[in-house]
Design a protein around this ligand. Structure first.
Ligand SMILES: [Zn+2]
Length: 155
């Protein structure tokens, strides 16, 4: 099984794919104009920015952290999440991080720079497409690892 490139998707609260994003070998850029448009049209619909990372890379990259902060600020008071999907020891881990942002009220009283931190919300293991065909991640993995035939054969 060969990893070719990152693939991303904008995911709704119901865990449906709203939009697929092509990444490169080591980076996924979620289009900010589209995120803003989706958020303006239907606040709360942008639930998670999910993407496939190279094997073993469950952590967020510096770019991911920057994106999460920017989107979290733009979509406040709705929270923003980024998830990584990566292969670790034969399984796929979907690790979701969310931005914990200081409330506007607290921030205005305290003044200074707005406080924020990134919190790991969950680490879910996915093993077999047949057990959970509804998981959106298989579609992203197929796009990152090659065609469907190759993906099924190896798994
Ligand atoms: Zn990333």
């Amino acid at each position: 099984m060969t990893f070719y490139r990152e693939t991303g998707a904008i995911i709704s609260p119901q865990k449906n794919i709203l939009h697929l994003v092509d990444g490169s070998a080591g980076l996924t850029v979620f289009p900010p104009e589209l995120l803003w448009k989706l958020h303006k049209t239907s606040p709360g619909i942008v639930y998670t920015l999910s993407h496939v990372h190279p094997p073993g890379m469950k952590e967020l990259s510096e770019e991911d952290r920057t994106t999460l902060l920017a989107q979290g600020l733009a979509m406040y008071p709705f929270s923003c999440r980024i998830a990584t999907i990566s292969e670790c020891e034969g399984h796929f881990h979907e690790v979701t991080y969310f931005l914990k942002l200081e409330s506007k009220e607290e921030w205005l009283i305290r003044k200074g720079k707005r406080q924020w931190e990134i919190i790991e919300e969950s680490d879910v293991i996915h093993k077999d497409p047949e057990d959970e065909p509804e998981w959106y991640g298989w579609i992203l993995l197929q796009r990152s690892y090659g065609d469907e035939k190759e993906f099924k054969k190896v798994n």
